[in-house]
Write a protein that binds this ligand. Structure first.
Ligand code: SAH
Length: 236
């Protein structure tokens, strides 16, 4: 097992998710926004990487919302996270749903060192903004992908609008997320993500905004990357 001291993870951040782990599959609960954006990101990934028959690694998989969606699209998915309660919720939900998904508690850096170049597609959604050293996590996501493989990230931009919408709006006004879910300073600008990707020899080929419409209470893909955004990269 991994030496905890070297792991690129923040126990305070992990604890925020572990506390609510029994609610991973409550579509009206703390993780509602992840359920709401799931069809959108699943479709984006499938259109760009053709999931059917692919070996996929979902990094920071939580309760398996995206991992299950990708499995239903025909991918063979492994989900990794450092939250045991999340993994327990993910495993039992997959069993209930009759889906074969492998879930493991292992840091992406460790898996990448043990099995470099082994996945066609790597997804890492809504995790980088909770990790102490996102550049190292991006490097590991790249390392574990096959040459020519697809790597997808989603995170939150650091902008006045994201402070207003992702923190004040979502946590304090609309009560969509538990207070303290996100820390503004950890948000990641697209230019930072692009630099870290470049350093990892990853070509960032597309970025799309995911905007929340407060009237219809639904998400759509837009060109506005000032709050939530998705990025598609290819390993050279
Ligand atoms: N990717 C999932 C869950 C996002 S919530 C989705 O989009 O549906 C963030 C998840 O990241 C939590 O499950 C949390 O346990 C996990 N996480 C946070 N830091 C991590 C780290 N350093 N390594 C692996 N998982 C981490």
């Amino acid at each position: 097992m991994h030496a905890k001291s070297k792991v690129n993870a923040d126990s305070t951040e992990l604890a925020k998710f572990e506390r609510n782990a029994h609610r991973w599959w409550d579509t009206q609960g703390e993780f509602k926004p992840l359920h709401d954006i799931n069809p959108l990101r699943l479709d984006y990934i499938d259109r760009r990487a053709r999931l059917k028959g692919k070996q996929v690694l979902d990094v920071g998989c939580g309760g398996g919302i995206l991992a299950e969606g990708m499995t239903r699209k025909g991918a063979r998915v492994t989900g990794i996270d450092l939250g045991d309660a999340a993994l327990t919720a993910a495993r039992s939900h997959a069993t209930e749903s009759g889906l074969a998904i492998e879930y493991r508690n292992i840091p992406v850096e460790e898996l990448a060192a043990a099995q470099p170049g082994s996945f066609d597609v790597v997804t890492c959604m809504e995790m980088l903004e909770h990790v102490p050293d996102p550049a190292t996590a991006i490097f590991a996501c790249t390392r574990v992908a096959k040459p020519g493989g697809h790597v997808f990230f989603s995170t939150i931009n650091r902008s006045p609008k994201s402070f207003l919408f992702a923190i004040l709006g979502a946590e304090y006004v609309l009560d969509m997320l538990p207070k303290g879910t996100h820390e503004y300073a950890r948000f990641i600008r697209p230019a930072e993500l692009a630099r870290w990707a470049r350093d990892a020899r990853l070509d960032l080929v597309h970025i799309a905004g995911m905007s929340y419409n407060f009237i219809t209470r639904s998400y759509k893909l837009t060109g506005d990357v000032t709050v939530n955004y998705l990025a598609h990269a290819v390993k050279g």
